[in-house]
Every structure is written in structure tokens, then in C-alpha cells.
Design a binder for this molecule. Structure first.
Ligand SMILES: Cc1ncc(COP(=O)(O)O)c(C=O)c1O
Length: 400
């Protein structure tokens, strides 16, 4: 179907025959060739391709230092460790996130303190952050949900007032901007995910961006056992075998095989975003008139990375709940997902850390209603129209 066609009018559209996956990666020949080149080169772990990927990433984001790691989880964890955060410290974050954001605080030995989110953008509410600050608070981890930037002016001002570090969880937010400044340049540390479903992928991977040379160096050392020289430098011509272990480190380095993918993914990030935006516009044209659904809004004063397309169902207007809605989509060969179950509702946090249903009412309200529709560059207009037709068909059949 050409771009100009009206994606509405599901009536008569045949049901989709093939299952539509939720978020497959968009890997091109350049990525494949680069991985093969690495495999043939004799150097497959951390090496010059990681260095090149870091330099490309820093140039794209506009940050002085980018450190490539094997996950964003590792980046968030090492970021907290590099800031010296540990037992006795509190770190404020959102319950509307993936478990990794909270788990790293616990792994660092600190205490997560959750602050509720805002209905309009699913992002942490600066007023709730302000209310959660205590004399033990050391840092805030805002999460740019779905790629839509948090209110970084308010969070930055609050952090400055209380002497808190800001570590941005930008797992969803490559290419996003807040008031003309790219995410990755605003805070002490910003961590991007390069996991398989993310807008730019290395299969698994993460990137830490910072303007602080000391933090970047510390994260590099901790990512490789606490060694004061990375393997590439040790084994490169003119390098020396000798090294010291200067602290208790971990094993979180990125390999050249991953960087080989990332270099070519990153080169396409703007093109990828354009395609995601076109899909968002098509969803809006096809679903925007339905009062049973609330579609995600755009940032008023920035740039959305459009990692996810989270819609909210209105339970007062529908005869099916969210889980049934997703089941009905699956019956029509459309895979949808949920981002997220509010963290305080999971049994581990509830049982071990004492959270209760009702503790974060906005996060819970969103968590009960949210359905994430497929949003990825390989979706064709026809695929998007299949999703629109399925959603419209389910809503028409199940409106109260
Ligand atoms: C909000 C958020 N934070 C952190 C992570 C962890 O990223 P990674 O899988 O690269 O460790 C994810 C991954 O899905 C995420 O969505």
C-alpha cells in the first residue's frame, strides 16, 4: 500500500496469515561483512573496532567520552560504582522501568528509592523525586521511557540543589534530545542499551557517555578486572605484557564482533529514526480517532527517539482487559508486549523490599492499561496496516 493511502478502514482487510514478530533487528550486509572481517582478522575480542565504535558514538552524541560495555546493565552498575555509591546510600529511580535499572542499585549495595511517574509521559515525576530525597540520597536515575526525554531541567536543578549525581538510563533514548541538547550530554553519566531490540544494536551491549575523564577511566578499569591496561594495548605491537590490578574489577567489556555490528548500525541511526517516525505517524492516522485508546504523545520541547509505541486502553470503554486484548491480537497474528509491569508489583521487590500494591498509583494505573504495539524499521506500511486493522477490529467487537 503506498504511503499516501488511508490506513484506516479495516473492514474487508484479510486477516494476517504470517505472525508479525515484536521487534526483530535490522541487520544489513555491512554489519555482516564487518563481523566476517573481524572473524577472519584474528582479533575477535575488545580491540580497534571497539575503539572506533566508541569514537563514532561519542561524535554522534556529542560527548567527550564513550565507553563500550557488554550491556547497559553493566554501564549503570559500573557508573554507580565509579561514583562511589554503595551501602548506606539511596538512589532514586522510577518503578516504571525494566528490572535492570533497580537491580544495579541493589548490586552496588545501595538502596533503591522509587518515585512515581507522570501519566502524560510515563516518566519520573520531578515532584515525586523531590519528595523522596533524604540525607542519604546520592543519585537519581531517570529513565527516558520509550525514548521520550524526562524533564531533565527539573531533575538537573533538583540534583544540583541536593548535590546528587544524575545517571541517565537512556536504554531507549539514542538520538533523543532535550531542549536542543542530545541525551548523553546532560548529566554526569548516561547509559545507552545496544540490546537486540533497541534502536541501534550490537546484539548485546551498552555505551556509557560522560564528559568526565576520571569516570570514563574508572569504568574502563572496572570493566576489565581492575586491570590498569586493556588487552588491546597489552597485545598491540609495541605494547608490554606487564599490568597491575589496581582495584577489584568485573568483566563487562564489549567485543570487536559486537562493535563490528554497532559501527554500521550507528551509521544508520538517523535513517532508522525517520522510519520509526513514519510508522508512528501511520499509527496516529489509523488509530487516532478511537476514544478507547490513548496514543503516546510527542515531546513538547525535544526529540523523541521512538523506541516504543505504548498505547493505553480505557477499561471503562472496553469489555476486555489488557491481557485479553493482547491475546486477541495474537489470535490475529500480531505480537504485542507490555512495558512495563510496575516494578513494585513483582514478587521479589514486594517480598524482599517490602513494596505493596498501591505504593506508586500512577505507575500502577499505567501498568494495568499499557499495550506496546510493534515499532521497528523493518515493519512495512502493509504490516502497520495489519496492526491497525487488528486493533480496530478488536475494539469494534469489544466496545462497551
Ligand atoms: C529501561 C531499561 N534499562 C536498562 C535496560 C538494560 O539494558 P541491557 O539489556 O543492555 O543491559 C533495559 C533493557 O531492556 C531497559 O529497557
Amino acid at each position: 500500500m503506498p504511503d499516501s493511502a488511508d490506513p484506516r478502514a479495516p473492514q474487508g482487510r484479510p486477516a494476517r496469515r504470517e505472525p508479525l514478530p515484536f521487534s526483530p533487528p535490522d541487520i544489513g550486509q555491512a554489519e555482516i561483512d564487518e563481523v566476517v572481517d573481524s572473524l577472519r582478522s584474528g582479533w575477535i575480542t575488545t580491540g580497534h573496532k571497539v575503539k572506533r565504535f566508541e569514537a563514532d558514538f561519542a561524535a554522534y552524541v556529542g560527548c567527550p567520552h564513550a565507553v563500550a560495555l557488554n550491556s547497559a546493565t553493566a554501564g549503570l552498575f559500573l557508573g554507580l560504582k565509579a561514583l562511589g555509591i554503595g551501602p548506606g546510600d539511596e538512589v532514586i529511580t522510577t518503578p516504571y522501568t525494566f528490572a535492570a535499572t533497580i537491580n544495579v542499585i541493589l548490586h552496588a549495595g545501595a538502596t533503591p528509592v522509587l518515585a512515581d511517574v507522570r501519566r502524560e509521559d510515563f516518566n519520573i515525576d520531578p515532584a515525586a523525586v523531590a519528595a523522596a530525597v533524604t540525607p542519604r540520597t546520592r543519585a537519581v536515575i531517570p529513565v527516558h521511557f520509550a525514548g521520550r526525554p524526562c524533564d531533565m531541567d527539573a531533575i538537573g536543578a533538583l540534583a544540583a540543589r541536593h548535590g546528587l549525581a544524575v545517571v541517565e538510563d537512556a536504554a531507549h533514548a539514542i538520538g533523543a534530545e532535550h531542549r536542543g541538547r542530545r541525551i548523553g550530554t546532560l548529566s554526569a553519566l548516561t547509559v545507552f542499551s545496544l540490546h537486540a531490540v533497541k534502536n541501534v544494536t550490537t546484539a548485546e551491549g551498552g555505551m556509557v557517555c560522560t564528559a568526565d575523564q576520571g569516570l570514563a577511566d574508572r569504568i574502563r578499569v572496572m570493566a576489565l578486572h581492575g586491570m590498569n591496561k586493556d588487552a588491546w594495548k597489552r597485545f598491540a605491537t609495541g605494547g608490554t605484557w606487564r599490568y597491575d590490578i589496581v582495584e577489584l574489577g568485573y568483566k563487562h567489556n564489549m567485543t570487536d564482533l559486537q562493535a563490528a555490528i554497532g559501527i554500521h548500525q550507528l551509521a544508520k541511526v538517523e535513517r532508522f529514526r525517520e522510519r520509526r517516525l513514519a510508522i508512528v505517524r501511520r499509527y496516529r492516522a489509523g488509530l487516532g480517532d478511537l476514544p478507547q485508546l490513548t496514543l503516546p504523545g510527542d515531546t513538547a520541547d525535544g526529540r523523541h527517539a521512538w523506541h516504543l509505541f505504548p498505547v493505553l486502553l480505557d477499561p471503562d470503554r472496553l469489555a476486555v482487559d489488557r491481557d485479553r486484548f493482547i491475546g486477541l491480537l495474537a489470535e490475529r497474528n500480531i505480537t504485542a508486549n507490555v512495558h512495563y509491569i510496575a516494578a513494585h508489583l513483582f514478587s521479589y521487590y514486594r517480598d524482599v523490599h517490602g513494596y505493596q500494591p498501591g505504593d506508586f498509583p500512577v505507575a500502577e494505573w499505567l501498568s494495568d492499561r499499557e499495550v506496546t504495539l510493534p515499532l521497528y524499521t523493518r515493519l512495512t506500511d502493509d504490516d502497520v496496516d495489519d496492526v491497525i486493522a487488528a486493533v480496530r477490529g478488536i475494539i469494534t467487537a469489544n466496545t462497551r
